[in-house]
Design a binder for this molecule. Sequence first.
Ligand code: NAD
Ligand code: UDX
Length: 486
Amino acid sequence: MAKATRICCIGAGYVGGPTMAMIALKCPEIIVTVVDLNESRIKAWNSETLPIYEPGLFEVVKACRGKNLFFSTDCRYHVAQADIVFVSVNTPTKMSGVGAGKAADLAYWEGAARMIASVSTSSKIIVEKSTVPVKTAEAIAKVLRRNCPHDDVQFEILSNPEFLAEGTAIKDLTNPDRVLIGGKETESGRAAVAALASVYAHWVPRERILCANLWSAELSKLTANAMLAQRISSVNSISALCEATGADVQQVAHALGTDSRIGPKFLNASVGFGGSCFQKDILNLVYICESVGLKRVADYWHSVIQINDYQKHRFVEMVISSMFNTVSGKKIAILGFAFKKDTGDTRETPAIDVCHGLIADNAQLCIYDPQVQQDQIFRDLSMPKFQWDVPMLSNGAQVPFSSREIDRTVSVSSDPYKACAGSHALCVMTEWDEFAALDFDRIFASMSKPAFVFDGRNILDHERLRSIGFIVYALGKPLEPFLQKQ
Ligand code: NAD
Ligand code: UDX
């Protein structure tokens, strides 16, 4: 298997789609097929409206689709044909049973492995692209071996975790900091690592293709996400201290970031981190630590999530206490619902918890996001979360809310000015560039007074807003007298 000519990827999601499109673009001699059980997703990948919003993605897909990049629901056929099978299925947090609320649910992975085993008549490299618990490769190897009817078919399992971030996926894939490939330290393991490395070597400099053993590669991915999230929780915890002391979190972060040992990235204080990965992967890490008896280590990482929850609750409490201890019946504009800019993804977005907190105090919300559709917002706000994650807000209310309550308290606008008109406050939840360019004189004129701005991302010009007449809360910045507790 020296030279791979056919790659199949199971899972046409945020990772599978862009990653395979990039491989197809950079390796014109390789036929890449992305398969998924979800028909509508595959239909969208084959259309002019891709199922995910990602800057630059459409151009890459268009350049290769129908040439060496294909999207199909015929999983069995394309897996059977492939030399290398990437598995990029979802690995969510388990919702019930042993490890519920923490452990990774590997049911999709196992389903994919059973299917691979049943259709394979030739040897294959199986690549873990999904983020999985350490030692998953061992379990998957057993599933593959025991379910493949052909003794001469060999499976070599590699761990090749994906480090792309949403919103910058194409940039990250084009110029990755590193590509990590973990494999068994055997002759066939090393050959498989070399085969996959040669795919990436089409465009990634060799020195950035890192090789490791399987368990190190699996654990590196969980740890990378945990450490990124830990930086955000660290700076967010300091944002609370800044507000209490008159320091400015952006100045503190700048001072820290210029220390070359700390570095400037991932030090933006925010209303909280979101996204499909950070919380899920930390919980998974916590679960693994607990499973091997490392309770102190588990508690350490769990505190990263606790600070994240604290930050979201703190924001809600600031909104409510500033507005004379009640937002009941008041219209509040929510600017941004995606978990970060340049994506339409809302998985674990902090906006959900903030909206829930405000709805619990009977606010009327009007939400605007340039990429998130109304039905998605309604679904997110009425979707139950699992028990451990149901925040107990300061007023004792449990969330989430029924669809009826959401219908009664939430509206969605496709125009930010309409979302703000008549509102008592606006809350910035996502750092979309367009928010900084809004006409705030116009917005101020259309709002009830006093007009509040709660900037959960520190992207607005706060001095200018104050000069217009707004009362401004900027996260981690000195509080103006109006907002200070007496
Ligand atoms: P996703 O939910 O967007 O996509 C997963 C896809 O797999 C879905 O379309 C689903 O229908 C499909 N699928 C599940 N089981 C299948 C099966 N047996 N056969 C065929 N298709 C199947 O998920 P995602 O965001 O792309 O994440 C995938 C993995 O990558 C996860 O483990 C995640 O933790 C990891 N990851 C995600 C990101 C990110 O930014 N989203 C970044 C790095 C790593
Ligand atoms: C993350 C990892 O960055 C990526 O390497 C991994 O492959 C998947 O998980 P993603 O979740 O797509 O990527 O986005 P990321 O840019 O990491 O942001 C995650 C969350 O942290 C967002 O809600 C973002 O707004 C927030 N964030 C990020 C901050 O609050 N402050 C920061 O300084 C950086």
